[in-house]
Design a protein around this ligand. Structure first.
Ligand code: FES
Ligand SMILES: [Fe+2]
Length: 317
């Protein structure tokens, strides 16, 4: 885990970010993303410090973003570079900066840093999603009506399968008894489903917001939960595979869409019904041994939040 008291969150798929500004709500904040002249991702609070217009309605000019209202331009680090109405000789005060958010691109995601403000090159590496590094993937996007902590817990939770997914994944589960062993990993933990003769399968939590299940060598599914607000999450569902052939990719894409829709739409009513909305407020809940993976996630959350709250300039996570 990172030595700093913050974390990188995968919040956007790389394919969503082209040359034009993109507006997204994440962690309850309006953000604008774009690519600079080198193609690197940039992100600012989507709020012009001049008079509050959404920067995302503007355009990218030489790698900076220009506000649509009076044309102020902002660099990826938030510095105000130009105030057209004051002419080129006017000295722009430092406090005219927009609020920059550290972002990186890796594994076909844009990652957003949530933690103490430190120089960009002092930030840790983004975590690696296990088991999928040499695979291609197809992707579909869903919006779930729940806080992302509840979504993560939902996919880490094996014992709900014979109930919520009784017509799909849990169809053949005659015995609902569940035994889980949790092992720490470099980026989070692995939850192993145990049966009498050993581990039946496992799922990985890449903390804080990626779930991966390697089904067989060369074939995996994953879900990445981008926090939108307290009751909504954007879910990037991926099928990872080796079939990088032009004719097969559309079929795999269709399979990704259908399989994820079939399974995940069954979860949504229960997730939407959970109170409190965030698992962070649910310490009173009565967990049982088969909730071991949920408990492991909550422990990481509690540690993460305690470390963050000890820092100046606490950020919402
Ligand atoms: S509100 Fe953005 S330049 Fe005026
Ligand atoms: Fe489920």
């Amino acid at each position: 885990m990172t030595p700093l008291s913050g974390h990188w969150y995968a919040v956007l798929s790389s394919r969503e970010l082209g040359s034009a500004p993109v507006a997204k709500e994440r962690f309850g904040q309006r953000l604008v993303f774009w690519r600079d002249t080198d193609g690197h991702p940039a992100c600012l609070l989507d709020l012009c410090p001049h008079r509050g217009a959404a920067l995302s309605l503007g355009e990218v000019v030489n790698g900076a973003i220009a506000c649509p209202y009076h044309g102020f331009q902002f660099a990826p680090d938030g510095r105000c570079l130009r105030v057209p109405a004051e002419g080129e000789d006017w000295t722009i005060p430092d406090q005219f900066s927009a609020r920059a958010m550290p972002v990186r691109e890796s594994q076909a995601f844009i990652w957003l840093w949530r933690g103490p403000a430190v120089p960009h090159d002092a930030l840790p590496a983004v975590p690696r999603q296990p088991g999928v590094g040499d695979l291609v993937h197809e992707e579909c996007v869903q919006r779930w009506p729940a806080h992302y902590t509840r979504c993560m817990e939902g996919v880490l939770d094996h014992s709900h399968l014979p109930f919520v997914h009784r017509k799909t994944l849990g169809r053949r589960m005659q015995d609902p008894t569940t035994r889980i062993r949790v092992d720490d990993t470099e980026g989070g933990f692995r939850a192993n489903l145990l049966q009498a003769d050993g581990v039946r399968h496992h799922v990985d939590c890449t903390y804080p917001n990626i779930w991966t299940q390697l089904l067989v060598d060369g074939y995996a599914m994953s879900a990445t939960f981008a926090p939108v607000d307290d009751s909504h999450t954007k879910v990037y569902c991926r099928v990872h595979h080796r079939f990088d052939w032009a004719l097969l990719r559309p079929l795999m894409r269709l399979w990704c869409r259908v399989s994820n829709w079939l399974v995940f739409h069954e979860d949504q009513a229960v997730l939407d019904s959970q109170r409190p909305r965030s698992a962070d407020d649910a310490a009173h809940e009565k967990l049982v041994p088969s909730d071991a993976a949920v408990l492991a996630f909550r422990k990481l959350r509690a540690k993460h939040r305690a470390e963050l709250s000890a820092q100046p300039g606490v950020v919402k996570v």
